[in-house]
Design a protein around this ligand. Sequence first.
Ligand SMILES: [Zn+2]
Length: 68
Amino acid sequence: MRARACIKCKEYMIIHAANPSNRIKIEFFERKHHLHTLITVNLEEIIDQYQIIKNNGSKEPSNETSNS
Ligand SMILES: [Zn+2]
């Protein structure tokens, strides 16, 4: 599983490539962090250090990442 992550904010959003509404959320995430450094990584690489941004925009502990 891949994620879009902001290095500066230590936040990420999981990429669901087949999901159009997720694509919109990713674009929103990118706009919000466009002055920061955005990366696309495998989720395993950042899950311990970064904080997930849920679909509703709220922050939650990264304990809900295995369902897609
Ligand atoms: Zn950021």
